[in-house]
Ligand binder design. Sequence first.
Ligand code: MN
Length: 498
Amino acid sequence: MNTGKKYQFWFCTGSQDLYGDECLANVAAHSKEMVAFLNASGILPHEVVWKPTLITNELIRQTFNEANNDPNCAGVITWMHTFSPAKSWILGLQEFRKPLLHFHTQYNQEIPYDSIDMDFMNENQAAHGDREYGHIFSRLHKDRKVVMGYWKDEKVLRRIADWMITAIGVIESSHVRVCRVADNMRNVAVTEGDKVEAQIKFGWEVDAWPINSVIPYVEAVSKGDVDALVEEYYSKYKILLEGRDEKEFREHVAVQAAQEIGFEKFLSEHDYHAVVTHFGDLGALQQLPGLAMQRLMEKGYGFGAEGDWKTAALLRVMKLMTAGIKNAKGTSFMEDYTYNLVPGKEGILQAHMLEVCPTIADGDISIKCQPLSMGDREDPARLVFTSKEGHGIACSLIDLGNRFRLIINEVNCHKTEKPMPKLPVATNFWTPEPSLEVGAEAWIYAGGAHHTAFSYDLTAEQMVDWADAMGIESVVINNDTTIRGLIQEMRWNSVYYR
Ligand code: MN
């Protein structure tokens, strides 16, 4: 997925004029050297741009407002090389609206035992200046990320890279627009939510459209375009007829090809980046969009089934966050289906009726055409595969009536013990941390949905930081979770997030 955007992060160094021009010249030289190193490291997903040293209220305020107004600037990295009186930062920070990293580092790695004198101490005092600076954030209750460590340490650079990805999620969230071509599935609670509050908190625009406003786009797709896309499918995926007539099978696949092209044209023309469908509200569509939605997710669209706009928007945000990651393993809509409770082999079989994103696939992807077993339409064509192994996170955003809660479960994906030849859907199989029993109990206490936005490429820390930036509650279920601890945490949160 290529967003075509070029993000930059500004590097702003704090100091003061108490120690003279020579000291300030060194500060500038050191921070320029750091920026050059960060950019040359190959570890950061986005460019860092050096900015002149900040020493006065006026310049700090001006710089932060320029960062606000620069569309390419996705955040600011700050570091106090020397002492920088933090009253000078109050107005600038109050007016700043983008993600901020407080990089607590130091130019020299080792104390220069033989030569250290007071001049050196005064010039290299991040241990001192960064505490003064950090204080004012705490006093202002202002969100920021603190990363401590030596600036050449790869571990430290990786943490900065992770924060940059979160910052993209924060910056892009307010541009997400969701197209609902159906309302929430009747009587289902957890996929509901307050769309006005979602726009206030996340910036998401969530609009309803009658399905019949999309159908002309599907019907208008030319036979030539459909045939060309079907040929692409046939060259890219294995065709599993499973006893069906080849010609009839191809006709079913062609229905999905027209849906892929028609939906994408509608979404693109109306500037939507996420879409929800509903098997019970299909208007004149011949099939529930299956393969079509799988392909749109692969292209970077957010998706939620049965009207689930919260998961669709969250998935879009996570797709944008992972767009710049090299060798990303995949990010998908997902649903909890069936447990394996055999001791030592515990896990949850993940799938959906149809709509799982092929970015998470491992190995062959096949097209099958099978009955849906609900609704009243033709058997839909869908992509079927199993998923990669490895660590990931499953995220559910719920509306508790007075606040949103983001629930993040760290999970470990494996292959199922045996193939499932009769199951006509794409699957994943994971064991939640800390164990199936505690993970599932914790998820249920937290009120998490059966739908999730899942990614191999993001961490719980990144999603917690994103939730903090949005001003919403988050809870993490991982190897540190105890049921007692989680319940207590949620009770305290209920007071904090009033
Ligand atoms: Mn579902």
